[in-house]
Design a protein around this ligand. Structure first.
Ligand code: HXC
Ligand code: NAP
Length: 308
């Protein structure tokens, strides 16, 4: 058994309806595929209906469970409400909301127009609170429990240059996760977040490493474990967090990045670049130095005994 295999038992999500924003591509799709295999009813949403329809067909053929594709721009609250209503009409209820949709690109911040800044913040932060608010109101009114899972990034707490709108927005999503985890616990609503490190997807790679950047920067080199993430290992974590097995996990953000952000944070982690031979040489010099000192100290003590 290893991390490229599914982890939860068959039928672990049977009877649950899970709505995934940005569920037609990338990580949203991979998590959805696994949820569907575990027995969940799925609702996948994003702006491009043709992408969603193709994904939904492939997913339900593989799992033999229903997948409903619905076009919805997360920035528009009325579309969000209509999407929730359409999903409930099909499945009766929604149990889990996975806020996964995102927009991002790299740029020096001073080159951004205010519209560019708005675009990313609106998709990531407004999109997540639009869906969370609409879904939360619905669950509370129906006296029904629910689970919200938000996809953030590790720079939600470290910050990062060149993706500043995304960093601001993901930090907001993390604050919402922790705040509502406490406020809405009394309604039986649980909120958690996952902070993935680099996981190859067409959407992220094309926007975060455009042109030659892909050749210049190998994301695996920043990861202590020495590789990028496998979609299945993220799907395993996500499936656990949306399932009832994680009923006592609330308000948490779980990092899955092979140690990437800590490598950047640790004051002396750059000493990894020092080869073994250099450590050997430094150790020898230190030992020589200390034996020289010991000899001098013995000589000094001897002289004192002789009262010289
Ligand atoms: C600077 C840019 C830009 C860029 C767009 N804009 N791309 N500015 N650099 N590369 C500006 C435009 O000029 C415009 O401003 C404004 O942003 C809106 O652009 P539109 O193209 O009209 O927006 P829209 O069609 O809504 O598309 C949104 C998008 C696009 C974010 C720009 O890339 C998209 O659809 N992305 C969705 C998927 C995605 O981004 N996936 C990656 C997630 S990865 P003006 O002033 O000209 O009107 C991720 C990983 C995080 O989040 C962590 C990794 C470790
Ligand atoms: P992706 O494939 O580009 O996924 C983004 C999805 O969001 C797309 O399906 C897109 O579909 C949808 N979307 C964008 N704008 C939308 C809008 N206004 N309304 C509704 N849906 C919208 O990229 P990904 O890598 O899988 O990213 C998924 C999540 O993981 C994001 O939250 C991202 O920040 C996070 N993440 C990814 C990585 C990584 O290394 N890949 C690392 C850390 C975090 P449409 O274009 O059809 O709308």
């Amino acid at each position: 058994m290893n991390y490229t295999e599914g982890m939860l038992r068959e039928g672990a999500l049977k009877g649950k309806t899970i709505l995934i924003t940005g569920g037609g591509t990338g990580l949203g799709r991979s998590m959805g595929e696994y949820f569907s295999l575990l027995g969940a009813n799925l609702v996948i949403t994003s702006r491009r209906l043709e992408v969603l329809e193709k994904t939904a067909k492939e997913m339900s053929e593989a799992s033999e469970n229903p997948v409903l594709p619905l076009a919805c721009d997360v920035r528009e609250y009325d579309q969000v409400e209509r999407t929730i209503a359409a999903a409930k009409e099909k499945f009766g209820k929604i149990d889990v909301l996975l806020n996964n949709a995102a927009g991002n690109f790299v740029s020096p911040t001073e080159r951004l127009s205010h519209r560019a800044f708005d675009t990313v913040v609106d998709i990531v932060l407004k999109g997540s609170y639009n869906f969370t608010l609409a879904m939360g109101k619905d669950w509370i009114e129906a006296k029904q429990p629910g689970v919200v899972m938000n996809i953030v990034t590790t720079y939600a707490w470290t910050g990062s240059g060149y993706v500043v709108p995304s960093a601001c927005a993901k930090a907001g999503v993390l604050a919402m996760t922790r705040s509502l985890a406490v406020e809405w616990a009394k309604y039986g609503i649980r909120l958690n977040a996952i902070a993935p490190g680099p996981f190859p997807t067409e959407g992220a790679w094309s926007r975060l490493m455009p042109g030659n950047l892909k050749k210049k920067y190998d994301p695996a080199k920043k990861v202590p474990i020495g590789r990028v993430g496998e979609h299945q290992e993220l799907a395993n974590l996500a499936a656990y967090l949306v399932s009832d097995f994680s009923a006592y996990v609330n308000g948490e953000v779980i990092t899955i990045d092979g140690g990437e952000w800590l490598k950047g944070a640790g004051e002396f982690n750059m000493l990894e670049a020092i080869p073994e031979e250099l450590w050997d040489a430094m150790e020898m010099a230190r030992k020589k130095e200390s034996s020289k000192l010991k000899m001098m100290w013995a000589y000094f003590k001897g002289m004192r005994k002789l009262k010289i």
